[in-house]
Write a protein that binds this ligand. Structure first.
Ligand code: PGA
Length: 253
């Protein structure tokens, strides 16, 4: 089995102006400069991307965006293309976050096109999936994940996907303080990995990183990261404060 380097990713959502983002990123850089064997990514808002990427030049913190449009350019008011994100200094882009699905009409089909556009531009897509509370209570967790993975990755082949990262984020755990237990998270991650094995084969399934997201905090990160199929975290609330986020980066200390 190939070794999966953990990725600790911060999703800053609609927080921080450019100056505030640069300040937090610079502090974080200093706090995590001795971190080894872990990748770190932060995803500020669009307006802060370039400044943050400039401020972090030469550091090992990567910059990601929170969304993109699938077209290269054109009459799409308010949208941003993959090439524009690369130009702003991004290496990653979050795709299909549940807030985009819930509030902005994101579908498995649009997620599929966005993943394709991101990969074509050389970005690492962080492809988010996860069930709602009602779906979990109805016993539909696995069927929801199955559909999201199959439709989100429809018409891809193994070779296309080497830069893909997946994030399992149960919607009921996002921003609620209700983390999935490490067993619940592991069970979902294992399900996703075995589905990827079926769809794309073992080399891909054993190499792809699957992050957990949903109220990850310094006091629960270690237990989650000890689970065999959890390869990192996608963090909202606890990523905003550099000190707190740095504790997540040093989860194994
Ligand atoms: P949270 O958000 O850590 O605040 O729950 C996670 C996410 O939305 O990616």
């Amino acid at each position: 089995m190939s070794r999966r380097i953990p990725l600790i990713a911060g999703n800053w959502k609609m927080h921080k102006t450019g100056m505030q983002a640069v300040e937090a990123a610079t502090q974080l850089q200093d706090l995590v400069k001795h971190a080894t064997d872990v990748e770190v990514m932060i995803a500020p808002t669009f307006t802060a991307l370039y400044q943050v990427a400039q401020a972090l030049k030469g550091s090992h913190i990567a910059v990601g965006a929170q969304n993109l449009h699938w077209e290269k350019q054109g009459a799409f008011t308010g949208e941003i293309s993959a090439d524009m994100l690369v130009d702003a200094g991004c290496r990653h882009v979050i795709v299909g976050h549940s807030e985009r699905r819930q509030f902005f009409g994101e579908t498995d089909a649009s997620v599929n096109r966005k993943i394709r556009a991101a990969l074509a531009a050389g970005l690492f897509p962080v492809f988010c999936i996860g069930e709602t509370e009602a779906q979990r209570e109805a016993g539909e967790t696995f069927s929801v994940l199955d559909k999201q993975v199959r439709d989100g990755l429809k018409d891809f082949v193994f070779d296309d996907l080497s830069d893909l990262v997946i994030a399992y984020e149960p919607v009921w755990a996002i921003g609620t303080g209700k983390t999935a237990s490490k067993e619940q998270a592991q069970e979902a991650h294992q399900f996703i990995r075995s589905l990827l094995d079926t769809l794309f084969g073992k080399p891909f399934a054993s190499a792809v990183r699957i992050l957990y997201g949903g109220s990850v905090k310094p006091d629960n990160v270690r237990a989650l990261m000890e689970m065999p199929d959890i390869d990192g975290a996608l963090v909202g609330g606890a990523s905003l404060d550099p000190e707190t986020f740095s504790k997540l980066v040093f989860f194994n200390h």
